[in-house]
Design a protein around this ligand. Structure first.
Ligand code: AMP
Ligand code: ZN
Length: 461
């Protein structure tokens, strides 16, 4: 069963064929560690985790690299504004290094809570300054760079196919360009590879993070880190690169420009982008002032895994509208599933029919909403619990809802017998008698709820 993925580069669903059979090189743009991740950011990492788990389901060996941006990302994705890290440091009165450490730890904790698999390689931008300088020098040697008073820039007009990912056309870009902060830029799309630290005469602007370079003391631009580190760990051409859709026109476009200009080879075969989490039709983002965190969700009674379930209910290429009500209903659905799993006993031979349908859905460009529908169909089917459980746990290796960790509920045989008897009686529509049995079950310390998945038993506390 082939795996098809929507490639932003071609705007088509394509069958995956990897450079090395059975192996995938995967690079996902990681967080800028200057503030707590918001649940919009986390939606993107959940989509990438789904992709990775689907690759694993297809028996690929996945070599996954994720970076940590701890320098160079300015408050605008272009080359304007302050460095987010330096700004975070001023806000909190800590050093940039402390800020980076603190928010990296928080990000990793959020990932663990969401049951996101860790990459094989974590790489920090500040640990790879040498590699970034070397790449800039390669571009300089090819005559693709120029110097302005604030840094070294990439001359995008020198490339024939600049902007092919976003399908940018030079004319439209010039017309649509904003007033440029740096009038020395030759073209609106040119971007900084290296930025100079403010002059020594302005001590109040002194940066905490800066390095020597052949051009002067400063720091790398944001895009160069991902080109340098992805190629270091995955090779000059690799299989899959992901991020949120906001990365298409600037960050990923510039990564392609730098990498392909330096190596003369195609950079990445498949580009995958996740759509935004929105609130009232507005992107969740810092400038919109509508940020929500995982901690906040937990306080509202929505567990991280329920947020994962909520995200799985919408295809990754569709915007997902966040509302507390919808998230609470995801919480309830997951709770139902967990309660049912707790009473399903030991797994045995699974239901091949459902497992195949599930795989086909996920292999069709990661159709998780369809996958979840199949899970519920399976749960309502007439297969025995042991078979359902086997298939469910297999599907959950892809969904990542942690169902294998749900503790088994051990019922005394007496309670089990009463639950079965009550079901028989209910089928005969003798509801008064069924209620009597419910009371007897309660006396033995258990409750029974009639759900769309049949009776669900829980222990009374
Ligand atoms: P950043 O830490 O700002 O570099 O962003 C981390 C990731 O979150 C990037 O891949 C962004 O594309 C993604 N992202 C930012 N805002 C949203 C949003 N509202 N919904 C989904 N993904 C987002
Ligand atoms: Zn990146």
């Amino acid at each position: 069963m082939a795996l098809s993925l929507y490639n932003t580069l071609t705007r088509k669903k394509e069958e995956l064929t990897t450079l090395k059979p059975g192996e995938v090189g995967l690079y996902t743009c990681g967080p800028t560690v200057y503030a707590p991740p918001h649940i919009g950011n986390l939606r993107t990492y959940l989509f990438e985790d789904l992709l990775k788990r689907v690759l694993l389901m297809n028996a690929y060996q996945v070599n996954h690299v994720m970076n940590i941006t701890d320098v160079g990302h300015l408050t605008s994705d272009a080359d304007e504004g302050e460095d987010k890290m330096e700004k975070g440091s001023q806000r909190e009165g800590k050093s940039v290094w402390e800020i980076a450490e603190f928010y990296t730890t928080m990000f990793k904790q959020n990932m663990a809570e969401l049951n996101i698999l860790e990459p094989n390689v974590w790489c920090k931008a500040t640990d790879h300054i040498t590699e970034q300088l070397a790449l800039i020098q390669q571009l300089e040697a090819k005559g693709l760079t120029y110097k302005t008073s604030d840094g070294i820039y990439f001359d995008t007009a020198k490339l024939k196919d600049y902007g092919k990912l976003a399908k940018l056309d030079a004319k439209g870009l010039k017309e649509g360009a904003r007033v440029e902060a740096n009038p020395e830029k030759r073209n609106p799309t040119d971007f900084a590879l290296w930025k100079f630290s403010p002059p020594a005469g302005e001590p109040e602007k002194k940066r905490q993070m800066e390095w020597d370079s052949p051009w002067g003391v400063g720091f790398p631009g944001w895009h160069i880190e991902c080109s340098a580190m992805s190629m270091k760990y995955l090779g000059e051409t690799f299989d899959i690169h992901c991020g949120g859709i906001d990365h298409i026109p600037v960050h990923h476009t510039n990564e392609i420009a730098q990498s392909e200009a330096a190596t003369g080879k195609p950079f990445v075969k498949y580009w995958l982008h996740g759509e935004f989490l929105v609130v009232d039709a507005k992107r969740m983002g810092k400038s919109e002032g509508n940020l929500l965190t995982l901690d906040w969700l937990t306080k509202e009674g929505i567990t991280p895994l329920a947020y994962r379930y909520f995200c799985l209910m919408t295809h990754y290429r569709k915007p997902l509208n966040f509302s507390l009500e919808a998230a609470l209903s995801a919480q309830k659905a997951l709770q139902n599933l967990q309660d049912k799993v707790a009473t399903m006993g030991e797994p045995s031979v699974g239901c091949a029919e459902y497992e195949e349908k599930f795989k086909a859905a996920l292999n069709d460009d990661l159709n998780a909403p369809q996958g979840l529908a199949i899970v519920w169909e399976l749960m309502k089917s007439s297969y025995p619990n042991s078979a359902k459980k086997q298939s469910l746990l297999k599907m959950d290796e892809v969904l990542g809802l942690g169902l294998k960790d749900v503790p088994t509920l051990t019922m005394p045989p007496e309670v089990e017998a009463l639950v079965e008897e009550r079901e028989r009686i209910r089928r005969d529509k003798d509801f008064a008698k069924a209620d009597d049995i419910r009371i007897r079950i309660k006396e033995l310390g258990f409750t029974v709820d009639d759900t769309e998945l049949g009776p669900v038993v829980k222990k009374l506390h």
